[in-house]
Design a protein around this ligand. Structure first.
Ligand SMILES: [Zn+2]
Length: 181
């Protein structure tokens, strides 16, 4: 799934990886590595029983700047999404709210609030894993990252490691239903 910016293959189709131009293939490998990290981060929701969603903010130079995970239940905070927590931690670490040049990786397609926060933080790129047809605003219900009326736009790449990202959520909700009997 591709919504703006440079030409990249559909991330769901890994069989085509060998046919990519070298630069795109390297970008693809990097995306997969950071998404694996975001999946690890999603595990940090386990102690609080929050829905497992993880995010990583990567600096312009390709270093991990901050992580964020879903804390909605833990903090009883409707805004406690993984992406917002990650953006806040990244801005605090940088000592600047401007996250120009940064990329944010997240296991689930961001909602409108988080997609909007990424506009405000002026990030360069967002890469997400599983699509969210009922709430996602970087491809599914709209694309806030590419709205020409806003004063900042960013590149969006969806569907990176979509299957493991969505398996995480499916397992969580299956366990929840079993606990409830
Ligand atoms: Zn959100």
């Amino acid at each position: 799934m591709k919504f703006s910016g440079r030409s990249l293959m559909n991330s769901k189709n890994f069989s085509d990886v060998e046919n990519l131009p070298l630069e795109d293939k390297q970008l693809q490998d990097v995306d997969v590595q950071w998404m694996e990290r975001a999946i690890q981060v999603a595990d940090l929701t386990a102690p609080s029983g929050d829905v497992p969603i993880g995010a990583v903010v990567v600096s312009a130079t390709g270093q991990e700047l901050a992580i964020g995970w879903n804390t909605r239940e833990r903090d009883q905070d409707p805004c406690g999404h993984a992406e917002l927590n990650g953006l806040r931690a990244a801005a605090a670490r940088q000592g600047s709210w401007r996250l120009e040049g940064c990329s944010l990786y997240v296991t689930l397609e961001p909602c409108a609030m988080c997609a909007g926060a990424m506009v405000l933080a002026r990030i360069r790129r967002c890469v997400w894993g599983a699509a969210d047809p009922k709430g996602g605003y970087l491809g599914s219900l709209g694309n806030l990252g590419a709205d020409p009326r806003l004063n900042h736009r960013y590149e969006v790449q969806g569907g990176v490691l979509a299957e493991p990202c969505s398996a995480l959520l499916k397992a969580f909700f299956r366990d929840l239903r079993q606990k409830k009997g």
